[in-house]
Ligand binder design. Structure first.
Ligand code: NAD
Length: 323
């Protein structure tokens, strides 16, 4: 029997490619966009977010049966177009959860102990004379918004720091609350010394952190967002910071990326930034490649899809989700 042709369109580890080569005929695309690629014989695509899947691309791939993205995000795939063509689609949601949780904690600690200012002070030879006092985390309360793959890991780390952990997630079942006490959003914001966001971007989560939710937030809390920029209202966050609210804010994600140089947020010293690198570790990249390769093999062996898209999550199917 001939091997199915699999086109890899973007970065992929050699280890994962070798795993696929045993049962598939591998072709590597010239560019992630696949603009000039011959897709006529391709039966499976292995992509990352730089490959946009739309009706036009699908029309060039008459034999395509399966697409897997080696990423946890999937907004680069037109899922209505794939469903219309009967093409199965999968994503790789587990691969970067640990890396994203660790980056969240890097930002929490940077805010709690002003590690960025401290680094600059040593370099500028001002030592610690102008540094504000930090806060100790042990004994304080951590609020996790969204107790999925990343939020749960973040909560476990908070427990290891000796913090009380509260969580808000209307779609998670009781088992998710083994790591956090279940509370409402307002209660969480009022109780927590540190708050971090781990929700998907949906109609419901858009600007979830805004002027009114910031009113509930403790004035000297730390707020960290490593989920999506749209989850918080950047202008209203800036206004809260201007009033002296919040001890520190850690941001990895922004409405516009790269963050425009005229963003107000850049004016405030209490904000610590990272350039959307939650998933940028060698391990996350290797895990994602392997997770995607295993799903291709599973699909061609059994017809099953381990992590199908659209996701089966309750929030996705809810009227306030994507549909
Ligand atoms: P996940 O699907 O495992 O978990 C999301 C959780 O949010 C679920 O438990 C869900 O029930 C909950 N949720 C949905 N709607 C909610 C609402 N309105 N209020 C409260 N909770 C709600 O997702 P994940 O893998 O943990 O990822 C979380 C977010 O992190 C996603 O937005 C993802 O895109 C982002 N992410 C960012 C990076 C990065 O590089 N910064 C890397 C990976 C993931």
């Amino acid at each position: 029997m001939s091997k199915p042709t699999v086109l890899i369109t973007d970065k992929f580890t050699l280890r994962a490619q070798t795993l696929l080569e045993a049962s598939c005929s591998i072709v590597k695309s010239q560019t992630p966009s696949c603009a000039h690629e011959d897709l006529s014989q391709v039966e499976a695509l292995v992509i990352r977010s730089r490959t946009k899947i739309d009706k036009n691309l699908l029309a060039r791939a008459p034999k395509l049966k399966f697409i897997v993205t080696a990423t946890s995000g999937f907004d680069h795939i037109d899922l209505i177009a794939t469903e219309t063509r009967g093409i199965k689609v999968a994503f790789s949601p587990e691969a970067n959860a640990a890396s994203a949780a660790e980056l969240t904690w890097a930002l929490v600690l940077a805010c709690a102990r002003q590690t960025v200012d401290g680094h600059t002070a040593v370099k500028n030879e001002t030592w610690n004379t102008h540094l504000r006092d930090g806060i100790q985390l042990c004994g304080h309360t951590y609020g996790v918004i969204g107790l999925g793959r990343i939020g749960t890991r973040v909560a476990r780390i908070a427990q290891a720091f000796g913090m009380s952990v509260v969580g808000y997630d209307p779609y998670a079942d009781e088992s998710a609350f083994a790591v956090a006490q279940r509370v409402g959003l307002e209660e969480l914001l009022k109780m927590s010394d540190v708050v971090s966001l781990h929700v998907p971007y949906t109609r419901e989560t858009r600007k979830m952190i805004n002027r009114s939710t910031l009113e509930y937030t403790q004035r000297d809390a730390i707020l960290v967002n490593t989920s999506r920029g749209e989850i918080l209202d950047e202008q209203e966050l800036y206004e809260a910071l201007k009033k002296g609210w919040l001890k520190g804010v850690g941001l990895d994600v922004f409405v516009k990326e790269p963050l425009p140089s005229d963003s107000n947020l850049l004016k405030n010293d209490r904000v610590v930034f990272s350039p959307h690198v939650g998933a940028r570790t060698e391990d996350a990249y290797a895990n994602a490649s392997l997770e995607a390769a295993k799903q291709v093999l599973e699909f061609f062996t059994t017809g099953n899809v381990t992590h199908p898209l659209p996701p089966k999550a309750l929030w996705y199917a809810s009227p306030k989700g994507f549909n």
